[in-house]
Design a protein around this ligand. Structure first.
Ligand SMILES: [Mg+2]
Length: 265
């Protein structure tokens, strides 16, 4: 166990900290902007090939932008693209295609084609995975927690491969002891995801903290019975609206960790 401190406030002792990834550890917004725009563009191209009018193409563009949470200046921090899994985004996309008068089977097939096309293109651009920046001071914090004996883990709706690429790019494998991705069952935001990750690492849920940038993360953690829920609000161009936190973090420099006196003995 080690002590967490947020600015001058003692938060108590924790055994482990579970971190969300997108918008919490990683500056994901630029990549998500590109992803939203690429999927919208490819969907437009596919509908155009099928003879859609300019009015229909504009409607499609507007519907997809609102569905993904693509807004002026970025993406909405608690929108579908920022929070939901790839599978849920695919279903959202197919639902938009239904609103454009395609059948559900046609919509699912086309949504899959759009996602696959964009993935192939991005894979060509970034064969080692999308380069994503860390948020300021995140690496220092993870190393400090790890040095204090706190077990750190990532709980994300990204794929296992996406999380591993991110950790590898930033040389964080040595301070992250485990991960729970969209490939695990149950995935976020099921409270079973928190229980599964803690169990995998031999951690007691009540002795852990979870830090995330979305209410879905924080509510999931509370339902799982976690000891401490912290909201991180500095990962997006606009601050996420959170309600289920105990404390808010506006910069990673605000959070520090020290070994418990007992641990030093
Ligand atoms: Mg997030």
């Amino acid at each position: 166990m080690a002590h967490l401190k947020l600015k001058d406030r003692a938060l108590g002792s924790v055994q482990g900290v579970l971190f969300d990834k997108d918008g919490t550890l990683s500056h994901s917004e630029p990549r998500l902007i590109e992803l939203a725009d690429a999927r919208i563009e490819e969907a437009g191209r596919q509908f155009s090939l099928q003879g859609a009018s300019a009015t229909m193409l504009q409607e499609l563009d507007d519907l997809l932008a609102r569905t993904y949470g693509r807004c002026e200046g970025g993406v909405i921090p608690d929108g579908t693209l920022a929070v939901a899994s790839r599978h849920h985004n695919l279903l959202s996309t197919a639902t938009v295609f239904c609103q454009m008068n395609l059948s559900w089977p046609q919509s699912l097939i086309l949504a899959q084609e759009v996602f696959d096309h964009v993935d192939r293109h991005r894979q060509t651009l970034h064969p080692d995975g999308d380069p994503i920046e860390l948020l300021p001071d995140a690496a220092r914090l993870l190393r400090e927690l790890s040095a204090a004996g706190i077990i750190c883990a990532v709980i994300s709706n990204d794929t296992t491969e996406g999380i591993e690429n991110f950790l590898h790019q930033h040389h964080l494998n040595d301070c992250i002891s485990g991960l729970w991705s969209a490939d695990h069952h149950p995935a976020k935001p099921d409270p079973g995801a928190v229980e599964g990750l803690c169990s995998q690492l031999g951690l007691t849920v009540e002795n852990c903290a979870l830090i995330g940038d979305a209410d879905t993360d924080l509510l999931m953690a509370r339902q799982a019975g976690i000891g401490l829920t912290l909201g991180y609000v500095a990962g997006w161009h606009r601050e996420p609206t959170l309600t289920a936190h105990e404390h808010l973090i506006s910069h990673w420099s605000e959070l520090t960790a020290t070994k418990d006196a007992m641990s030093k003995a």
